[in-house]
Write a protein that binds this ligand. Sequence first.
Ligand code: HPA
Length: 274
Amino acid sequence: MEKNMLEAIKETAAFIKTQVNELPKIGIILGTGLGDLVNHMEVIKEIDYKEIINFPVSTVEGHSGKLIFGNLGGKYIMAMQGRFHYYEGYGMKQVTFPVRVMKELGVETLFVSNAAGGMNKEFSVGDVMIITDHINLFPENPLRGKNYNELGDRFPAMTEPYSHRLIKIADEIGAEKSLRLMHGVYVGTTGPTFETPAEYEYFRIIGGDAVGMSTVPEVIVAKHAGMEVFGVSVITDLGGKDITEVPSHEEVQKAAITAQPVMTTLIKELLARI
Ligand code: HPA
């Protein structure tokens, strides 16, 4: 990013403030195939990423690229429909820029969702996994480089990347509504290749339950900014040394759609209770 990052954040936030009357305290990043949540929102304002100063433009199929302001589960929220992935060629500062802008707008709680491959042998395709922790296997940390003390600490703790409070509420919702909710550790990698059988196995052995190509950079920046985070993965394919099915982008999208009723119930209820 050429401009000073602080100036860019303020400039983008100032633009967004001209577009909406009210600023949300909750932000949601909708991952692959999970855009359907928007259909349950009472939409107040949509802003195309193209119109937003300093925003990169999303390029991947299935990511439409809009900021959506509106109500869901009785809460006023902002949702990112489409995110920026490292594998698209964006730098880490670009991938995480929208989270910085959310914070500048007053967002205190961030929900993140993604599609992920499952390595945990208990998982099935279409399962929803509450992310309890992550392992950053991206070759770069989004906080590398100059630290802006205004944004957060030089060496932020990552002891509780995913809020225990929110996980507990999610589990209560799961129990009440008989939702099959798994728990697990998300491994973040660059992609765009899916994993080899040995790589899925390796990620399982180091403590991972699911692997995907997003989320970790955004969560690191959200924690740096002092936000409370809740993350969910939809298990769209399974990997490991005994598994021969070949994952594809189409399969991932299809499986994500299967999980939508559980995702929608969970997120709406969680919003209603926080
Ligand atoms: N690996 C990495 N990213 C993914 C996968 C996977 O198996 N499935 C969905 N996103």
